[in-house]
Design a protein around this ligand. Structure first.
Ligand SMILES: Cc1cc2nc3c(=O)[nH]c(=O)nc-3n(C[C@H](O)[C@H](O)[C@H](O)COP(=O)(O)OP(=O)(O)OC[C@H]3O[C@@H](n4cnc5c(N)ncnc54)[C@H](O)[C@@H]3O)c2cc1C
Length: 460
């Protein structure tokens, strides 16, 4: 069939205004926040599940690749159509369909932005805990696609813990519902879990039933400074082993602190080899007790420990943490942050060892590495900046990233704790998951026999 006939069919389903084929628009959909690039042939903006189903059916009949896209804040190329075809821009499907708070749940379309959902929930005293740094932009579909998490997953877990059920359009256009509104069910395989983290390779998520929880009454924040990242890592291991469950546990190394203070000198984060930022939430008494315990554990290893005196100071500390992404590239205006090798995770007791290895890699490749991240989960973000016009810099960067990945795997870790595999880390799948990859390939073949759902991703 001619391309023009396909275009006619797609226009007949979603209307002319919801299909783009102009080069300028296709170019805008050829990337996400990673280095991966790929031009689509069509961009479709569906407005409801029926339209998604019909578009996918056309794609199935004509063996056209389909890549679902939320806000394209992904850092692994997940939403990039590396084999062309259709990009389904899900951002118009952004209705919050049901606030069922007596049942502690909501029903949302997949294009709802995370922060918008929380803004709606807040007046009712509830929240949806997965809290990525991109929460003001990223969609529920993207969060489920990548099983995203963030600063509060050390206490509240990842997106997976909050997905009770899904509406999914399968590769042949069939619409299925997984899970249900009950808080637990053992009826058959957990298909909901299969779709969480499947990065659009098994179907398109159109709706989700999400669990929400009551907002904590109080929060408090503590900053602990250390001479080295390794000492900070030891403090994390000790704190978690002592039975305290902080609601956040983040690390900022010396380079990041300098970047933040350069970006906004009014913030004045204390200079140190590394800083840990702990938050404890809960009832007033639980918070007082929890912060006291963190302080006691950290004191033996830290050079200073300071609790935020009030909400304003606490908000300022969080604002500084959230500024990291923007601040990194300001440290040296000739260099650009490139997201490669940025998301390793290691088991908790290996945190100090991983922090040490990152410092060694930085020296070996003579490449400044800015380390930050959700260290309470063992998740480290390693920020590397290069002169993107210099081939030699790219070579150094890729070698350093490879080494970071290998070192994390050597410590029984993962190459991606939250950002996803996409195209960026596909080469590491066999190394990390071994022959379990064969089973993943078999599942993919069973659910997507023509291989049209987000092809070229996850090493499948
Ligand atoms: C500044 C910054 C900070 C970040 N911080 C964090 C963080 O703290 N924690 C974290 O986990 N991530 C973080 N990220 C990465 C990213 O924001 C998350 O992975 C997010 O969940 C992606 O959401 P999105 O809507 O942008 O998805 P996209 O990038 O559009 O897509 C991500 C993947 O999900 C698939 N997908 C999207 N929608 C659907 C759908 N409806 N059905 C099926 N598959 C779908 C796509 O095909 C793709 O594979 C950050 C990114 C940036 C730029």
């Amino acid at each position: 069939m001619q391309k023009t006939d396909i275009l006619g069919k797609l226009q007949g389903i979603v209307g002319d205004r919801n299909v783009s084929t102009s080069s300028a628009e296709l170019y805008c959909y050829s990337c996400d926040a990673s280095q991966i690039r790929g031009m689509p042939d069509y961009v479709i903006r569906p407005e409801n599940t029926e339209q998604v189903s019909k578009v996918v059916k056309v794609a199935y009949d004509h063996e056209i690749p389909v890549t679902a896209r939320g806000a394209a804040t992904g850092l692994a190329g997940g939403a990039v159509p590396v084999e062309g075809g259709i990009v389904l821009d899900m951002s118009s499907m952004d209705k919050i369909e049901e606030l069922d708070l007596d049942n502690l749940q909501v029903v949302v379309e997949s294009g709802v932005v995370q922060a918008k959902l929380n803004a709606v929930l807040e007046p009712y005293g509830f929240f949806f805990p997965p809290d990525p740094g991109s929460s003001a932009m990223c969609t529920i579909g993207g969060l489920i696609g990548n099983n995203g998490s963030g600063m509060r997953s050390v206490k509240y877990g990842t997106t997976r813990s909050y997905v009770l059920g899904l509406e999914v359009v399968m590769a042949d256009g069939t619409i299925i519902n997984t899970g249900s509104k009950v808080m637990k069910s053992v009826s058959g395989y957990s298909l909901t879990d299969l779709y969480v983290g499947s990065e659009g390779t098994l179907g398109v998520i159109t709706k989700a039933i999400l669990k929400v929880i009551a907002l904590p009454k109080e929060r408090s924040v503590l900053l602990a400074s250390f001479e080295t990242p390794e000492l900070a890592g030891q403090a994390v291991v000790k704190t978690l082993a002592s039975g305290i469950v902080p609601s956040a546990c983040e690390i900022l190394d010396r380079n990041i602190i300098e970047a933040i203070n350069t970006y906004d000198p009014s913030i004045g984060i204390p200079e140190a080899g590394a800083i840990l930022l702990f938050e404890v939430d809960g009832t007033e008494n639980a918070v007082i007790e929890g912060i006291g315990m963190v302080s006691e554990v950290c004191r033996s290893l830290a050079t200073s420990v300071k609790t935020a005196s009030d909400k304003a100071e606490r908000d300022e500390i969080w604002a500084a943490r959230k500024m990291v992404g923007a601040a990194i590239s300001r440290l040296d205006p000739m260099r650009t942050r490139v997201y490669v090798g940025e998301d390793v995770g290691v088991p908790i007791k290996q945190i100090p060892a991983m922090l040490h290895k990152v410092r060694e890699i930085s020296k070996e490749f003579d490449l400044p590495i800015m380390t930050y991240g959700h260290i309470g989960d063992g998740n480290l973000h390693t920020g590397m900046c290069i002169d993107v016009m210099e081939d030699g810099d790219w070579e150094k960067l890729n070698k350093a990233a490879d080494k970071i990945h290998h070192e994390a795997l050597g410590l029984e870790g993962t190459v991606t704790a939250e950002h996803g595999v996409g195209g960026a880390r596909a080469d590491f799948m066999a190394l990390e998951v071994g022959n379990a990859l064969d089973l993943m390939v078999a599942i993919k073949k069973a659910l997507d026999p023509k291989g049209i759902m987000n092809p070229g991703k996850m090493g499948l």
